[in-house]
Design a protein. Structure first.
Lengths: 120, 714
């Protein structure tokens, strides 16, 4: 089963993403910030990481950089959740090794349709 | 597949309110201006905006976007932090709160205020030297439709030449092609010309490029969107051939792809198309049902508590232990004989321990740190100090002190009143402070701590203190005291809690309309608490509020009177004693005073209060429980002292009716009902009684003197 790690400091977004994924048959784990996400990533393998950018303790960009340093996450798709559709944000994400981004707001259908570009 | 988002809205709202509180308190601390503070404010706004967009609250998204843009400029250092901007941001926080409250209550909010503040924000943004306000929120609202059935089929030729490092960012062309296949019929040809010799292959590089043909209803944006994440890392050429009338069966001949990929893709394609169409139809259903739900849903006031995971974990642990004990006990009961009594006892002991811990843990869930009540004060004091022109520093202490949620909700308003008073009446104007040799800046300290079974909240100001003479004069004027009453300082200060009492020379709109302190006191008393005031002229005042930690459970002393058992709240008990004969004074009638060191304590026989039979009717052979409320002591005459235990309070009002002298009831271990004594009520009953006696006595004296004078006249 495809396992997804959802990292967001906002409970409601995290719940929503996680719920959407679960109802589409994905398995999910949740983390409340970058540091938490990194810890969870170190203890289990994931097929996809979806992470918010702005978070306390460790932001999404830093998480992305850290994950790419882990051998098991070298090729894992990492999607950034961002409200900023500006190119600057995307460049920063790409530079950190992110696979792609999801521009907030998004609805569940959009989310599911979009992540199909990187996982099945 | 359908995803009903409405279930996440309450948690979004709760989170947003928390975010707003954080924004507010951080904004108030921003004056020093450190990066982390701005960052956390930005993050809060950002989260609210993101959530609001996801759940479709566009007015919140639009408004918050402006706030966020301004914050972003501050965060990036493009804009220095001006007090003026902070004020606007504070206003904005208020607006966001209005908007979110409107969502919660399903009402409309004051759109004028929102519009005004929006304009203000836009102006501020325009006045800055930045150029970031270009991306507007409409851009962000993503269009969920993946396929547009009205479009005719078109044939797309796509040349996709990825850079070699493409896979290192986690992208995989196969998934991209799968996503494309979801849009329509896809055929593809792989070009392996770039593939180096086996020895030179780097396993982490991608050497293949593709030529794709897609027959689909999708338009160019939709096709291009699939490559959104890789377009900077590849050469992508997308061309449209022509509009085809029917689904084409003319497959391009170059299907000489080595792997069996296309077959898989087609399978997936068909499946996904079904999924998408069903998703779209169910989406309609779900939004319709959501609309229905919001229509019929009653106003929900978010009566939820956020509980730390540790608390829940400890509950689960305890329940686990309880289950173990239970199974052990039931095993013991299966074939019980006398030899197992010891085991039974230890099992019961364990059960007691478990129950106690479980109870404590459950109670802990209702406990919240008092910071929930304190959080509003920085803003309040900030606003008040602006309004009054007084410089005031607010210090919060003991914010982690925990308090029952119900008590917390009800103590908020009285505390606001006390803080307003401290700002308005307590802290003197700057000139007066300087003249008195104090620092220009006034200080208000809010402090909370646990003391025994109660929580103490102190509101301390370093202002001028309460003017004893002014209070006394005012009391004279109101006829509360008469000229020759001598009162201690505490008694004088307590006068400010009398109805209709205000010593402020002029009324302000902040406080001091003469309503208030009596209401404050009443509110606190209705929570089972009490308020005291200490004050020193020129040094300041301290209001000290004592509150019970919880309203649901009480530490009680069980006492027996005749065959009845009553419960006295442990917190009110000063001491219990065996009366000594020579200390008992009968004043007059059946009024009895007991000399307790320097106090004369009125003795109240419970049996006569509630008109029941008692074992002992004389004071000497009974026991006296001396209780105190609001600084007044009485001695309750009881037959026997029994155990001390925690009792769960059941309301008499709900189950029966209000009874004077009784605050509630509880159910004891043997299943019988015991009444909990209302000490404050009993004290006031006793006072009424003694006043009646005094009056009676005066009348008698008056009659006697009249008789004497009549006799003299004879």
């Amino acid at each position: 089963m495809t396992k997804v790690l959802v990292v967001d400091d906002s409970n409601s977004i995290r719940d929503m993403v996680s719920f959407t994924l679960k109802s589409a048959g994905y398995e999910t784990a949740e983390a409340k910030d970058g540091q938490d996400g990194l810890n969870k990533a170190k203890s289990a393998a994931f097929d996809l990481v979806i992470s918010d950018v702005n978070m306390p303790n460790m932001d999404g960009i830093a998480l992305c950089q850290e994950l790419r340093k882990l051998p098991s996450f070298k090729f894992t798709p990492i999607l950034m959740l961002t409200t900023e559709s500006s190119g600057d944000m995307k460049m920063r994400g790409k530079a950190a090794g992110a696979t792609g981004w999801l521009v907030k707001p998004f609805n569940p259908e959009k989310l599911l349709a979009t992540i199909k570009r990187v996982v099945r | 597949m359908s995803v009903d988002l409405s279930q996440f809205i309450p948690s979004f709202l709760e989170e947003s309110f928390e975010g707003l509180e954080l924004m507010e308190s951080s904004l108030l601390n921003l004056e020093q201006g450190d990066d982390e503070t701005i960052n956390s404010i930005f993050r809060a706004a950002h989260s609210i905006k993101g959530g609001a967009g996801t759940f479709g609250f566009n007015n919140v998204t639009e408004f918050t976007h402006l706030v966020e843009t301004l914050l972003d400029e501050m965060r990036d250092g493009r804009r220095s932090i001006e007090q003026n901007d902070v004020e606007i941001l504070l206003e904005s926080v208020d607006c966001m709160r209005l908007l979110i409250e409107a969502i919660r209550d399903e009402t409309q909010c004051d759109s004028n205020k929102i519009a005004e503040t929006s304009v203000l924000l836009e102006k501020t943004l325009a006045s800055g030297n930045s150029n970031t306000s270009s991306d507007n929120p409409e851009e962000n609202s993503a269009n969920p439709s993946v396929i547009n059935p009205e479009d005719a089929l078109s044939k797309w030729h796509i040349t996709f030449i990825p850079e070699h490092h493409l896979v290192q960012t986690g992208n995989d062309p196969l998934f991209l092609f799968n996503a494309l296949a979801d849009l329509g019929d896809l055929t593809l040809v792989a070009n392996c010309k770039e593939l180096p010799a086996l020895n030179d292959i780097d396993a982490e590089e991608l050497y293949i490029s593709w030529q794709l043909t897609l027959t689909s209803k999708a338009n160019e944006t939709e096709v291009r969107e699939v490559f959104e994440w890789v377009e900077d890392e590849c050469q992508l050429i997308i061309t449209q051939e022509e509009t085809v009338a029917d689904v084409v069966d003319e497959q391009p001949e170059e299907t000489e792809i080595p792997a069996n990929e296309p077959a898989i893709i087609e399978q997936v394609a068909n499946k996904s198309e079904e999924q998408i169409s069903s998703a779209i139809s169910t989406d309609k259903n779900s939004s319709a049902s959501a609309a229905e739900k919001t229509g019929t849903k009653a106003k929900n006031d978010l009566g939820s508590i956020r509980v730390g995971v540790d608390k829940v974990d400890s509950l689960i642990n305890l329940v686990g232990e309880l289950v173990i004990t239970q199974s052990m006990l039931s095993e013991l009961g299966n074939d019980f004989d006398l030899s197992k009594v010891e085991k039974l006892n230890s099992g019961l002991e364990e059960l007691l321990q478990n129950t106690k811990e479980l109870q404590e843990s459950v109670m802990r869930i209702r406990m919240l740190p008092i910071s929930f009540a304190f959080n509003r004060f920085p803003r309040l004091v900030h606003d008040l100090s602006k309004k009054t022109g007084k410089e005031i520093e607010l210090i919060l202490k003991g914010e982690q002190t925990e308090l029952d949620k119900t008590v917390m909700e009800q103590i908020g308003d009285p505390l606001v009143h006390l803080v307003r008073n401290a700002v308005d009446h307590g802290i003197e104007p700057a000139e007066a402070r300087i003249a008195a040799g104090k620092s220009q800046k006034g200080t208000i300290i809010l402090n909370a701590y646990h003391q025994g079974g109660s929580i103490v909240i102190e509101i301390n100001d370093d202002g001028g203190g309460i003017n004893r003479q002014a209070v006394f004069d005012k009391a004279l004027e109101k006829g509360i005291v008469d000229e020759n009453t001598t009162l201690t300082d505490t008694q004088v200060f307590d006068l400010i809690f009398e109805p209709g009492f205000s010593t402020a020379k002029e009324l302000s709109d902040i406080s001091g309309r003469g309503v208030g302190m009596d209401v404050v006191k009443k509110n606190i008393q209705s929570l089972g608490g009490r308020i005291q005031v200490e004050s020193e002229t020129g040094v300041g005042s301290t209001f000290r509020v004592n509150l019970p930690l919880t309203l649901a459970i009480l530490d009680g002393q069980l006492v027996r009177v005749g065959s009845e058992i009553y419960i006295i709240p442990l917190i009110t008990i000063v001491e219990s004693l065996q009366p000594q004969k020579d200390l008992i004074n009968r004043v007059s009638g059946d009024m009895v005073l007991y000399r307790l060191r320097e106090d004369n304590v009125p003795v109240i026989p419970i049996y006569s209060l509630f008109n029941i039979a008692s074992e002992f009717e004389d004071v000497e052979s009974s026991l006296l429980v001396v209780v105190e409320d609001d600084g007044q002591k009485i001695g309750l005459m009881v037959d026997d002292l029994l155990a001390q235990q925690q009792v769960v309070i059941k309301s008499l009002n709900d189950n029966y009716q209000q009874v004077e002298g009784i605050s509630g009831a509880t159910i004891l271990g043997d299943g019988s009902v015991a009444m909990i004594l209302d000490i404050a009520g009993i004290i006031s009953m006793a006072h009424k009684k003694s006043e009646m006696h005094q009056k009676h006595k005066r009348d008698l004296q008056y009659k006697a003197t009249q008789q004497i004078s009549e006799g003299a006249n004879l």
